[in-house]
Design a binder for this molecule. Structure first.
Ligand SMILES: NC(=O)c1ccc[n+]([C@@H]2O[C@H](COP(=O)([O-])OP(=O)(O)OC[C@H]3O[C@@H](n4cnc5c(N)ncnc54)[C@H](OP(=O)(O)O)[C@@H]3O)[C@@H](O)[C@H]2O)c1
Length: 328
């Protein structure tokens, strides 16, 4: 790679709203021995990017920098073409089509024309039947979903309720749980009942008409993939030995404490697993993609020039699945 090669990128050097984003020219990153350099075709803006942009919740600063961001180019997901690979990364060859996810562990960097990615992290080859656009949002929502699903030990024959079946995490969770053979009841808004059914839910509840916490039925697992409920409200619909999982900390950051408490007391448990980025998970999800058991739900596409509008849109909390960024 020519050392003087430069690329277009979007950077933030202070925490704040989408107005702090700057369009800049930066040197193309160098890659280490265990990394590949990828020419990015599509990236995404997701809730992880939004959380790091504003440093919310505040605990994010422990990872991203106390007073200002240490990784200044966001974009944790990308799909593109390998242009070169390090000595310890040569299972990926120039020309390979790959998608990846990297948050703080591996430094973000998808909102740029090139990014370096460690091959021990979440990276996988894109199956031939998927385009770069379809593959860009493959790993964010799904790896959070997979981590939660593994923690709860969901298996065939169980009945799981997924709240927020339209989110990046919820839509991936439904497909992964379906692939495991469990039965799913999903909750979403009135406009997306059919979409969520197609993902693999057997029953769909419209939250504008029915409160799922008042159902006359009990579940092995309640997975709140949009963090809108509480363990207290969901307890009556959990079986004895049932597990509750939420993507949010909950009121007064109660969920991690409840996870600790219910580990020792009570028949119904709260789980609060901390996700890791592993190559095994990328391969697992890559296999689901390859076998058509998982396909990310896509809402809309913004150009890199218009990325601030994408952040504004994702921050509304109204996106359906994933929001793409097309690279120039
Ligand atoms: N801080 C971080 O780094 C981080 C990273 C990733 C995710 N998260 C958290 O994980 C959660 C999910 O994120 P996401 O990207 O998958 O999705 P999202 O953008 O938060 O939500 C997507 C969809 O959830 C549905 N929804 C809204 N209110 C709902 C309600 N009361 N009940 C059920 N569904 C509702 C809406 O679709 P309908 O039209 O169907 O209602 C919305 O389009 C969020 O709470 C997010 O903050 C945090």
């Amino acid at each position: 790679m020519d050392e003087k090669l430069r690329m277009r990128a979007v950077r933030y050097t202070q925490y704040g709203g989408p107005e702090v984003l700057e369009h800049v020219d930066l040197p193309v990153p160098e890659h280490a021995e265990d990394e590949v350099l990828v020419r990015v075709h599509y990236s995404t803006v997701n809730r992880t990017d939004c959380g790091f942009l504003r440093a919310r919740p505040a605990i994010v600063r422990l990872f991203s920098g106390l007073t200002k961001p240490k990784n200044t180019v966001l974009g944790c997901e990308f799909a593109g073409e390998v242009v070169s690979s390090g000595r310890l990364a040569n299972e990926f060859k120039p020309g390979d089509r790959v998608c990846g996810f990297k948050d703080d562990d591996f430094g973000f960097g998808g909102h740029a024309q090139y990014t370096a990615m460690n091959v021990n992290g979440l990276i996988t080859k894109i199956p031939d039947h998927l385009t770069y656009a379809q593959a860009a949002p493959v790993l964010e929502g799904s790896h959070y979903a997979l981590f939660g699903i593994r923690a709860t030990g969901i298996e065939a024959g169980q009945h799981v309720l997924v709240n927020g079946g339209t989110g990046a995490i919820g839509s991936a969770a439904i497909q992964i749980i379906h692939s495991l053979g469990a039965t799913i009841t999903a909750v979403c808004g009135p406009d997306h009942l059919e979409t969520v059914k197609h993902l693999g839910a057997s029953h769909v509840i419209d939250y504008s008409r029915e409160d799922f916490t008042k159902l006359d039925q009990q579940f092995d697992v309640v997975y709140d993939a949009v963090g809108k409920s509480t363990f207290g409200r969901c307890k009556p619909i959990l079986k004895s030995g049932g597990k509750y999982l939420s993507t949010e900390l909950g009121p007064y950051a109660q969920n991690p404490f409840l996870a600790l408490y219910t580990n020792f007391f009570g028949a119904k448990k709260v789980l609060f697993p901390i996700p890791k980025n592993t190559r095994e998970d990328a391969d697992y999800l890559g296999n689901l993609l390859q076998t058509d058991q998982y396909k990310p739900l896509i809402d809309r596409t913004f150009s890199l020039d218009n990325i601030a509008a994408a952040f504004h849109y994702v921050e509304t909390g109204e996106k359906i699945g994933n929001v793409l960024i097309e690279m120039p």
